[in-house]
Design a protein around this ligand. Structure first.
Ligand SMILES: [Zn+2]
Ligand SMILES: [Zn+2]
Length: 125
């Protein structure tokens, strides 16, 4: 599979028994159906996002991104709770592409929530 943004080869990496594809060029990440949502709650999963966020930012502007699996034009989306993160989703296979640094950013929210939750007294839960 080749990266939908820079065309470099994507390599398969295993995170918590899930297979994620990472670009050997720009370090963008490919998640199959809802994998990113699952991994968001997995501690340490952000380590898969080894890329340079500055590079990811540059690539964020790319439009007309084609799904590397089914060659459909992907839709540009944002996470409702983190509207600063732009990602691409395929409406056919539901694969999701995140630029370098975006998955770590996406995950950070959960950590913040977890801290908030931990600080909430038990009686109020
Ligand atoms: Zn790439
Ligand atoms: Zn697709």
């Amino acid at each position: 599979m080749n990266c939908p943004k820079c065309s470099a080869l994507m390599e398969s990496v295993t995170v918590e028994s899930m297979q994620v594809d990472r670009c050997t060029g720009c370090s963008g990440l490919w998640f199959d159906l809802r994998e990113h949502e699952h991994l968001k709650s997995v501690r340490g999963a952000e380590e898969v996002d080894t890329g340079d966020p500055a590079r990811g930012k540059q690539q964020d502007a790319a439009r007309n991104v084609m799904c590397p699996k089914c060659k459909t034009r992907m839709i540009s989306m944002v996470f409702p709770e983190q509207p600063h993160i732009h990602y691409e989703m395929c409406s056919v296979c539901s694969g999701v592409y995140l630029d370098a640094g975006e998955f770590a950013d996406y995950k950070q929210m959960t950590l913040a929530e977890r801290v908030k939750y931990a600080l909430t007294p038990l009686m109020k839960r």
